[in-house]
Write a protein that binds this ligand. Structure first.
Ligand SMILES: [Zn+2]
Length: 280
């Protein structure tokens, strides 16, 4: 991606260096909540349940020394977030609505959110309750090394996907889905979650389409990086084929790639209606 000269967002909140513990001196290790490692968006239901449990308290704030790689990643995230603000503001305005910009919180190791306490191993996520996107930038190393998805566009896709969940929240889609999920079987609830995730993938593609249309920034191989990342985090790939399809919550690699591409190729919201599509 060519990001030089592009605007950076003022909605970045840096909470790196915050350390947590529990009253009585019990270490963080004992208060690990069983967050599912649902990459690219924790199931909000899971986090909300966990928030009922004992919460660690903030212990101290230590100065955070970021590496050169992290500084670069922070810059990328700031530019991509700004770009999503521009894209979605335009789309919302055209529809007679106002786009409320989300905050993006950088954290290290753990973070307290209105969706509960989360640790880095849960991956980047969006919390509908406080409307923040959360990311520990070390996830990008994992994306590269563990998931085999390197590249700056892969990193941008992560942010655009989480912002997609924010858009779903603003449009009331998340709330409706959450309510519907509570009324059905686990398998059907999972199927609804898949629709929500694939729509966020489509929205990520839609962002890339619009950003490119307003000011070209994509370089050869960028879209492939995004598609590779979408493929790397499909439920079938993550479970190495061991989990049954009805347990999927994010969609298969093939589905994630296809919906991202659909958003990217069309640049249109109506092409991202995963909830009214018979076959995903
Ligand atoms: Zn997601």
């Amino acid at each position: 991606m060519r990001l030089g000269g592009r605007r950076v967002s003022s909605n970045i909140e840096d909470r790196r260096g915050t350390r947590f513990g529990r009253a009585g001196g019990i270490g963080l290790g004992t208060v690990v909540l069983a967050l599912l490692a649902a990459y690219f968006g924790i199931d909000p239901g899971v986090v909300l349940q966990n928030s009922q449990q004992a919460q660690p308290v903030q212990e101290e704030q230590v100065p955070y020394q970021e590496s050169a790689g992290e500084a670069q990643a922070r810059q990328l995230v700031s530019v991509v977030l700004a770009d999503t603000e521009d894209t979605w503001s335009q789309i919302f305005t055209a529809a007679g609505r106002t786009y409320e910009q989300p905050k993006l919180v950088l954290f290290s190791q753990a973070v307290q959110t209105q969706c509960g306490f989360a640790q880095s191993n849960s991956g980047p996520f969006y919390c509908p309750a406080d409307r923040n996107v959360y990311i520990d930038l070390s996830f990008y190393d994992e994306l590269h090394q563990r998931f085999g998805a390197p590249g700056d566009f892969a990193q941008a896709y992560v942010i655009a996907h989480e912002v997609g969940h924010h858009v779903q929240t603003l449009l009331g889609i998340s709330e409706k889905t959450q309510a519907a999920r509570a009324r059905v079987s686990q398998a059907d609830a999972n199927a609804l979650s898949v629709r929500q995730e694939l729509q966020a993938d489509c929205f990520a593609g839609l962002w890339a389409h619009n950003a490119e249309a307003s000011r070209p920034f994509l370089e050869a191989g960028d879209i492939e990086e995004g598609l590779n990342a979408a493929s790397a985090i499909g439920d079938d790939r993550l479970s190495k084929g061991r989990a049954p399809p009805e347990s999927f919550t994010h969609g298969t690699s093939e589905q994630r790639v296809r919906w991202f591409k659909r958003g990217f190729d069309s640049g249109s919201m109506s092409e991202c209606d995963t909830f009214n599509t018979r076959s995903l």
